[in-house]
Design a protein around this ligand. Structure first.
Ligand code: R5P
Length: 276
């Protein structure tokens, strides 16, 4: 960064009834302040971002920048069934109402979420990082495990000098958290395949995709997904499969695993923030 960047400290405490309080331990008057936190399934994580944003503004910060590496709830980006709600869109609107100078997000789930972005929102992608590390041994084909990720798979393929082919799987979800890979568009026979998605949650989508590309004769398989949620036994589920490597990033905390390579998003985020 051009200027020194300090890590701001704050205390957090509870009232007897579990109401939460925060206290900044820094003088942030007129300083540029970035709040960096993913929105996790636990609503407390969203509350913390709202509260800290309020605190820094009330205490006289200069420009505030919200950096949300993983935007949870983004899969709920539309009204699927009567009585439900687009909570992902609601969260984007909430972040907008906090009026940061910039809102920086990483690989959000869908075009619907992108369309709800306020003008000061910027999306950063892990795809250039993936392209960089894959350039040593580029795949022959990049495959999207569902139609929703096809355009991103094409984007990734274009970033690679080797110009890999692109394929796509037709995925269906007979019920929540269950994915079935129905049909593969593209040729993977005797080819090295990269399956790429925005997130790994239960691992069901990619496990099914692996099954199908193996069935279609893939020679080798690697997986890549920006957000490694790894719910339940997803790490083990995927690493048991005949895949060479699983690439993910540190948009969410990760544990060490012999098959999982965690790429660091921080340098590219800092490069971006430097110009705000
Ligand atoms: C779905 O549209 C997403 O892009 C991911 O494919 C999905 O959320 C991954 O979830 P899981 O790992 O549970 O299949």
């Amino acid at each position: 960064m051009r200027n020194r960047c300090d890590i701001g400290r704050y205390d957090s405490y509870f009232f007897a009834d579990r109401e939460r309080g925060y206290r900044l331990k820094e003088d942030i008057k007129k300083r540029r302040v970035a709040i960096l936190a993913s929105i996790l399934p636990d609503p407390e994580s969203l509350f913390q971002i709202i509260a800290l944003n309020h605190l820094v503004r009330e205490n006289g910060a200069g420009k505030t920048i919200l950096i949300i590496p993983y935007l949870g709830y983004a899969r709920q980006d539309r009204l699927c069934h009567p009585g439900e709600g687009s909570l992902g869109i609601m969260i984007v609107k909430l972040l907008q109402s906090m009026k940061p100078f910039r809102l920086l997000l990483i690989d959000v789930h869908s075009q619907r979420i992108r369309k709800a972005f306020p003008p000061f929102a910027i999306e950063q992608s892990a795809l250039p990082l993936f392209a960089g590390v894959l350039s040593k041994h580029p795949p022959d084909v990049v495959v999207a495990p569902d139609a929703g990720f096809l355009s991103k798979a094409e984007e990734l393929a274009k970033m690679m000098k080797s110009h890999p082919g692109v394929g796509m799987i037709e995925k269906v979800r007979p019920r929540p958290n269950v994915a079935i890979a129905r049909h593969l568009h593209g040729d993977v026979r005797e080819k090295s395949v990269l399956l790429v998605d925005d997130m790994i949650d239960t691992g069901g989508t990619l496990a099914e995709a692996v099954r199908l590309v193996l069935e279609k004769g893939a020679r080798s398989i690697r997986l890549a997904a920006t957000h490694g949620i790894f719910s339940k036994n997803a790490r083990e589920r995927l690493s048991r499969l005949p895949v060479e490597e699983i690439l993910t990033t540190n948009t969410l905390p990760q544990v060490r695993h012999p098959k999982i390579r965690v790429l660091d998003m921080v340098p590219s985020l800092l490069r971006r923030v430097e110009y705000f």
